[in-house]
Design a protein. Structure first.
Length: 114
């Protein structure tokens, strides 16, 4: 199993970013996929999850209405569209899948600062 994130960067408050996580080594369409984030000095937190049907999703309260998770079962990729970014969204964002055990990507840094 391999999860590879991309799309992070430095943006100003109010701007947008789209993260991607390319998955391989397992039957992607059969597994729920999640995005987590970890800010310095804080615990890792679940940001969003999307289930195998591609339409059932759930979000952390802090991002609901601003972030959208989606998946492409042909490209084996999960996305996180992040709009109206705030400084408190600054973190390393990690892709996660549980395929018999927990698998994590290496993460992509998102920094929101003016």
């Amino acid at each position: 199993v391999r999860l590879m994130e991309s799309g992070g960067g430095l943006v100003q408050p109010g701007e947008s970013l789209r993260l991607s996580c390319a998955a391989s080594g397992f039957t992607f369409r059969n597994y729920a996929m999640s995005w987590y984030r970890q800010a310095p000095g804080k615990e890792r937190e679940l940001v969003a999850i999307i289930y195998t049907d591609g339409t059932t999703t759930n979000y952390a309260t802090s991002v609901r209405g601003r972030f959208t998770i989606s998946r492409d079962n042909v490209k084996n990729t999960v996305y996180l569209q992040m709009n109206s970014l705030k400084p408190e969204d600054t973190a390393v964002y990690l892709c996660y899948a549980r395929v018999l055990r927990n698998y994590w990507g290496q993460g992509t840094q998102v920094t929101v600062s003016s």
